[in-house]
Design a protein around this ligand. Sequence first.
Ligand SMILES: [Mg+2]
Length: 359
Amino acid sequence: MRKIIHIDMDAFFASVEQRDNPQWKNKPVVVGGDPRGRGVVAAASYEARIYGVHSAMPSSHASRLCPDLIFVRPRFEAYKKESEIIRAIFSEYTDLIEPLSLDEAYLDVTENKKENPSATLIAREIKDKIHSNTGLTASAGISYNKFLAKIASDVQKPNGITLIEPEKALSFIAGLPIGSFYGVGKATEKKMHQLGIKNGADLRNWSEFDLMKEFGKAGSFYYHIARGMDDRPVKTERIAKSIGKEKTFQTDIDSVEWLMEYVDTLSHQVAERLQKEKTEAKTVTLKIRYDNFEVNTRSKSPGHPISTQHDIASLAKLLLLETEAGKRNVRLIGVTVSGFNREVGDSSGGQLMLPFFDS
Ligand SMILES: [Mg+2]
């Protein structure tokens, strides 16, 4: 069984502003657009939430709910900086990190760098480190899948930590309002209510077939999460712009034939990575370093997608013939592909807040 932690910073943007502007501590603060314009609330401090202010609400509405509300323009650079500090803490424990936004991430700690068998203790340590390094608080949810971990982090917000054990999962889900289920937005919630599905227990009374008739493919997902089943992996975010392999030689190479063989080997390795990422490239680049450390880089974009070893190697060999390899001693050879039809390993995360703001 997996051990998944969901970490969610508490009122992140607003908390950063309150930390950096102590005069706003314990006051209702909103980060977002101008209340006199068409701005929207991006984050609300807990003091503001007492008035019913919440994110995605028009700023003008928020200022009517709470006339003393302090409006702050967002400082994304500041939030990004904190986010990087937090992610560095995560990576002390695992490389299986899936960021959902600047302030939220899933961690798979089933196997972790500290060899700590307790996900709860890891979550506690992470929360403590976040607080001592940033002065900010986070809430943590722990369970055996992403669905339950995310729900758990919400249970004792702010500054909470909640574990949903496997044997408690079903009773927990049964009492959960349907609107709190992952993937159930306002429209789906309304439809669920019309069908008499108010909570997890109601949902579990439905067959997979009937749910799929109503909700399509999502129906199958609802059927499984109602039973605490969610096998979605924690997907790491690797936004690579290129995939490359290179080889440094112990002795100088003056044979083009020999270099061609290395091109084949390197192309094979690059093609394997490319296929693993299920993407195609536009450009092949060959890099040669001569024995005097001079570097020669040449690229070709053939105008059709590049994906196989043959595609890569044949282009790289043409490029090799354009260099002075054979005439001069070569110390290093590298093959790189770039220009992917999508970003490699691009995860579905990254919900940017930008659309919330007035332009
Ligand atoms: Mg948050």
